[in-house]
Design a protein around this ligand. Structure first.
Ligand code: ATP
Ligand code: MG
Length: 272
């Protein structure tokens, strides 16, 4: 029997399920540049899976393949046991995969509340036509969406800024609002591209706690790119290491920390 099909319980009491997503031999080129070369790895249900590696290694490109922003020239993406046909990002989102961006992508002029509401688009069933015909249904939906959004806002402790335009917030809080928007979609997989980049120590601690709480309380599977090794080693169940578009390591934090290729390419050298 395939070991990946079996669930197990972590030291801290979380249940990790079978494989939910599998990248098989992914190759992605931009003209002459090979951003990803023949990479395979899997993500298990309920897992916190980190992707690390030097600048330009291809980490964001890999998240972009998962989220449907880039279509690889070679390889297959398997999701919940099925090969995924080429999909647009909105179709991937409809399958329950949400993301945040390396560079914050929020509506700066809009309030925190309205930004988080935009994360509910997938749940908004009523189009304009049905809204006109069945006003009651649309209203019920609006109330349900509001409730979910308020729940997320409470969860991430941003009640006090819910009416503040995002443009006025400090960087650390903007990152948290972006997380809130992704969570508003109630994803089963959450993709986080450097959620702690540019944060001070205290902000990083807060964000780490929120990521762990999301995983633990909502059972959300998380794929995370992060440069801070302390954070990666603390948070993640397993780590994929990329370098120049290739996979050079894959395993538990301890396995990766002791992998000589990883030490030579990444851990042994200074990086941001
Ligand atoms: N849209 C694009 N067009 C052309 N080249 C690209 C594009 N996106 C990424 N690349 C190239 O692909 C390679 C991998 O980039 P990627 O952004 O995935 O790296 P990364 O590991 O996320 O790096 P960083 O840690 O700096 O964010 C780089 O050489 C980059 O210049
Ligand atoms: Mg990147």
């Amino acid at each position: 029997m395939n070991a990946q099909a079996e669930s197990y319980v972590t030291d801290d009491g979380r249940t990790i399920g079978p494989t939910v997503m599998e990248m098989k031999n992914i190759t992605l080129r931009f003209g002459g540049v090979k951003a990803i070369t023949d990479i395979s790895f899997d993500i298990r249900e309920g897992e916190i899976r980190a992707i690390i590696g030097p600048n330009g290694a291809g980490k964001s490109s890999m998240l972009n393949v998962i989220s449907g922003f880039y279509v690889p020239q070679e390889g297959e993406v398997w999701y919940k046991g099925k090969k995924r046909p080429p999909m647009k990002p909105y179709q991937v989102a409809q399958q329950g995969i949400a993301r945040t961006f390396q560079n914050i992508a929020l509506f700066e002029g809009m309030t925190v509340l309205d930004n988080v509401m935009t994360g509910r688009i997938r749940q908004m069933q009523s189009g304009l036509f049905s809204q006109a015909l069945w006003k009651g249904k649309a209203e019920k939906e609006e109330v349900a969406n509001r409730e979910q959004v308020e729940k997320i806002i409470d969860f991430l402790e941003i009640q006090h800024i819910r009416k503040t335009p995002v443009g006025r917030l400090p960087y650390g809080l903007k990152k948290r609002v972006e997380l809130a928007r992704a969570l508003a979609a109630e994803p089963s997989i959450l993709l986080l591209d450097e959620p702690m980049a540019g944060m001070n120590v205290e902000e990083k601690e807060d964000m780490s706690r929120f990521i762990l709480d999301v995983n633990d309380e909502f059972g959300t599977t998380i794929a995370l790119i992060e440069h801070d090794m302390g954070v990666v080693m603390d948070l993640s169940d397993r780590v994929v290491v990329m370098d120049y578009g290739k996979k050079i390591g894959d395993g538990t934090p301890d396995e990766v920390r002791n992998n000589q290729d990883v030490i030579d390419a990444y851990l042994g050298v200074a990086h941001d």
